[in-house]
Design a protein around this ligand. Structure first.
Ligand SMILES: NC(=O)c1ccc[n+]([C@@H]2O[C@H](COP(=O)([O-])OP(=O)(O)OC[C@H]3O[C@@H](n4cnc5c(N)ncnc54)[C@H](O)[C@@H]3O)[C@@H](O)[C@H]2O)c1
Length: 460
């Protein structure tokens, strides 16, 4: 029996091959050498909570609660093998000490000032981190208030057209690449107005022509994403914006081996939905109605108070139930669900969002029942570890030959309200299927056996 001690905890490795032995199959995943540069678009509540949190963890001031990459384990082999290393010991992830942050915002505030403004973290902790946080100053942003109507930025780039703006972002990326070994970009910016794909989104060529003509169908988020993918940089999208969910970006992502994934961090209410809905379905309990309402008072809440940005969020939040319940397969149970989502801007609550769900279900012989969920959450406290995990896993995907050229990383659906999947394939929303898919992907790239949970061999 061997024991590995990491982070004060023991990961026990019993019987069978040692962890090192299993890793021989993993030669192909490149190691995480040197510094990982993280370029954050939008340095508001989520971004500053992630950055300050990473620094607090690096200094031993806090634990990375909520982060699967930092706290999660993965079972390898049979249940009787008792081999459950930490994920960060099983796959070669960047170490938190090797992360270097930079980013863009439409306001000039450094990360300390932006974090103080967001009022997510307590002043005591922010004060301790102040000297570090003050050193991170956002670069001027690509921004147009046509796409985010409630914000009016002052710290923005100027360019003759959208292609020029994209080239300026590429120049920012190239300059940062000189200071670090690898780069990942993550959108933690605001929710843009609702947009649907148009002709300009259908191919790289059409998109590039659109950039030159400053086509109105190309919002700021797509300018950043295009710049990232052109530079071979993986891109994650924390907002429900259309951004990379278009054929042109999928094509570019594959072409330049720059991984992408779905959109909109799955934090509070939708996280709960994708846990409860699979439970009802697993037991064949019917659903008549699902009424979801929220109050929140941060800047995100203010942006979402604007109908066109709300529509983008609403669409993202609505999708999960339809896919999980599969009403076409179960018309008696799920074909007639009244699903309603409300988000109200309520300043007194700040980032401490409150969500209520009233769920009308029915059971044996159609007898009705109700379930009420009242989640008093902290929006950015839930989102920050998700943002960190996405960054670390996208960097891993870029170093994994079996993943990087696939474009869409469906295994990261676990973190997102709107998973992205191959054309013609429905997205998987069930949190437990997503979790299995994620862990099996890690086993797969490391050459370990997949876990099917069949388990007949224990009874032979
Ligand atoms: N907090 C959560 O739980 C959660 C969950 C899911 C999704 N999200 C999404 O994540 C995003 C960030 O949330 P937040 O609470 O940090 O919001 P926030 O308003 O505090 O921060 C967004 C920041 O982005 C900046 N910004 C807007 N457009 C920009 C651009 N074009 N370029 C650069 N910067 C830009 C804003 O100035 C602001 O500082 C939002 O879109 C939100 O909907 C948040």
């Amino acid at each position: 029996m061997a024991t590995k001690v990491k982070g004060g905890k023991k990961a026990v490795v019993r019987g069978g091959k040692s962890l090192a032995g299993r890793r021989t199959a993993a030669k192909k995943v490149e190691p995480a050498r040197g510094k990982l540069g993280v370029m954050v678009v939008g340095m508001g509540a989520v971004a500053t909570t992630m950055i300050a949190g990473v620094e607090a963890i690096r200094r031993g001031l806090a634990k990375p609660v909520g982060s699967l990459t930092q706290m999660g384990t993965i079972r390898i082999g049979k249940r009787t093998d008792n081999t459950s290393p930490f994920i960060k010991d099983f796959v070669p992830l960047a170490d938190l000490n090797d992360i270097v942050f930079t980013g863009w915002d439409i306001f000039e505030d450094n990360v300390y000032e932006a974090a103080a403004h967001a009022q997510v973290l307590k002043p005591e902790i922010l004060k301790k981190l102040k000297p570090y946080l003050e050193t991170i100053k956002p670069m001027p942003a690509v921004f147009d208030d046509y796409y985010v109507k409630r914000l009016h930025g002052t710290h923005v780039k100027k360019g003759k057209n959208k292609l020029d703006l994209a080239q300026q972002v590429m120049a920012d990326i190239r300059a940062f690449k000189k200071k670090v070994n690898r780069v990942v970009m993550i959108w933690c910016g605001s929710t843009e107005i609702f947009m649907e794909p148009t002709a300009v989104h259908q191919s790289i060529g059409a998109f590039e022509k659109g950039l030159e003509k400053s086509d109105i169908a190309i919002p700021s988020s797509q300018i950043y994403a295009y710049a990232a993918l052109k530079e071979g940089v993986p891109f994650a999208n924390g907002a429900p914006n259309l951004t990379v969910d278009i054929p042109a970006m999928v094509e570019l992502s594959k072409k330049n081996a720059a991984p992408i994934c779905g959109k909109d961090f799955k934090t509070g209410q939708t996280f709960m939905k994708t846990v409860l809905a699979p439970a009802f379905k697993a037991r064949m309990l019917g659903v008549n109605g699902w009424f979801s309402t929220n109050i929140l008072g941060n800047r995100d809440g203010e942006v979402l108070d604007e109908p066109q940005s709300f529509k983008t969020k609403e669409e993202s939040k609505l999708g999960s139930l339809e896919y999980i319940f599969q009403p076409d397969l179960y018309p008696d149970l799920y074909s007639d669900i009244y699903h309603k989502i409300r988000i109200n801007y309520y300043p007194p609550r700040g980032d401490e969002k409150e969500a209520w769900d009233n769920i009308d279900i029915f059971g044996w012989l159609g007898y009705p029942m109700q379930l009420k969920v009242n989640f008093l959450c902290r929006d950015s406290i839930l989102a920050a570890p998700i943002a960190l995990d996405l960054v670390l896993f996208l960097d891993l995907a870029k170093r994994a030959p079996g993943l990087r050229s696939l474009g869409i990383q469906e295994w990261l659906s676990f973190y997102l309200k709107s998973p992205q999947s191959a054309p013609g394939l429905y997205p998987e929303h069930d949190l437990f299927i997503q979790s299995m898919k994620l862990k099996n992907t890690l086993r797969h790239i490391m050459g370990a056996d997949l876990i099917t949970h069949l388990g007949l061999e224990y009874y032979d």
